[in-house]
Design a protein around this ligand. Structure first.
Ligand SMILES: NC(=O)c1ccc[n+]([C@@H]2O[C@H](COP(=O)([O-])OP(=O)(O)OC[C@H]3O[C@@H](n4cnc5c(N)ncnc54)[C@H](OP(=O)(O)O)[C@@H]3O)[C@@H](O)[C@H]2O)c1
Length: 273
């Protein structure tokens, strides 16, 4: 139990962020959660919900100021995220920018505020939600995949820099979980029936949706993250995924690009050669 310790959680209004915030609260943490839809109230579950837009420097600063008035973070858990589904060719620059700004720069902004606090207090834990997509590419998720790869590289740098100050970093790499909301998964504007990728896109997005709907239990993930955060030392990487998703990472890493390509194309793009 982490009675008396404080955790700040971004993206705490939905999906894995919400489940993780609840699990941490049940484990005794004081939880201060942030999301754009929050109004500053405390729920019956004892979680304080403050407004936060991770794409906006001033909103990030205001969230941290208000949270600091309650308690400094022993841990920061970053779950805020979204994706835009679309082909590499047709996804607009602005659509790529939105995903990078939320998923990657959102974490950078939060860390820039939290690092000086943790450094001065002699340590802390920073948890960043990456994804299996931080390890391998999936068709029509290039903006999201790129943002999660960016997080993976950035986290390695952060862990090296933070260690002398007692700051520990952990990447959580979830596979599919049945938690995410469709409103955070818009289609790129160009992905209409006229797209040259329309058939492949339909096949891949149906598969993606099916995998999420039948995905793992988000409560289990929340409890796992809470249990790990309770430890004195946390691992740098924690992949929380089904056996086939572990296998996909293994194939990607050890069997080379050609075999990986055949497997993934067969899995996601059945109708197209
Ligand atoms: N679900 C999965 O299967 C899965 C798999 C791998 C990785 N992940 C990762 O886990 C995290 C949660 O994903 P999810 O699918 O479970 O949840 P989700 O239902 O997609 O929820 C997204 C959360 O992010 C918040 N958010 C979005 N834009 C934001 C912004 N600009 N500022 C602050 N908060 C923002 C949303 O809150 P507001 O709209 O209220 O701001 C919401 O709480 C993400 O990082 C995702 O990449 C999920």
């Amino acid at each position: 139990m982490s009675e008396g310790k404080t955790v700040w959680v971004t993206g705490g209004s939905s999906g894995l962020g919400l489940h993780t915030a609840r699990a941490l609260r049940e484990d005794g943490w004081r939880v201060i959660a942030g999301a754009r839809s929050f109004d500053g109230s405390e729920g019956e579950d004892g979680i304080l919900r403050l407004p936060l837009d991770v794409t906006d420097d001033e909103s990030v600063r205001a969230f941290c100021r208000r949270a600091m008035e309650i308690a400094p973070p022993d841990a920061l858990v970053q779950c805020a995220g979204m994706l835009v589904l679309g082909s590499c060719e047709e996804t607009e620059t602005e659509e790529f920018r939105r995903v990078m700004d939320t998923n990657y720069l959102g974490m950078v902004r939060m860390n820039r505020e939290v690092l000086p606090i943790m450094r001065k207090q002699g340590g802390g834990k920073i948890v960043m939600f990456s994804s299996i997509n931080g390890l391998l590419g999936i068709p029509f998720q290039s903006a999201y995949t790129a943002s999660k790869h960016a997080i993976e590289g950035y986290a390695e740098c952060l862990a090296l820099e933070g260690k002398p100050f007692g700051i520990q970093v952990m990447l959580v790499e979830p596979g599919d979980h049945r938690s995410g909301s469709d409103k955070y998964r818009p289609h790129a504007a160009a992905m209409t029936a006229e797209s040259p990728y329309a058939d492949a896109y339909k096949s891949a997005t149906e598969r993606i949706r099916r995998d999420e709907t039948n995905g793992s239990d988000p409560d289990v993930l929340g409890r796992k993250v809470a249990r790990i955060l309770d430890r004195k030392r946390i691992p740098f990487r924690k992949r929380i995924a089904s056996p086939d998703q572990h296998l996909a990472v293994y194939i990607h890493r050890f069997l080379g690009a050609r075999i990986n390509g055949v497997v993934l194309r067969k899995y996601y793009i059945r109708k197209n050669k």
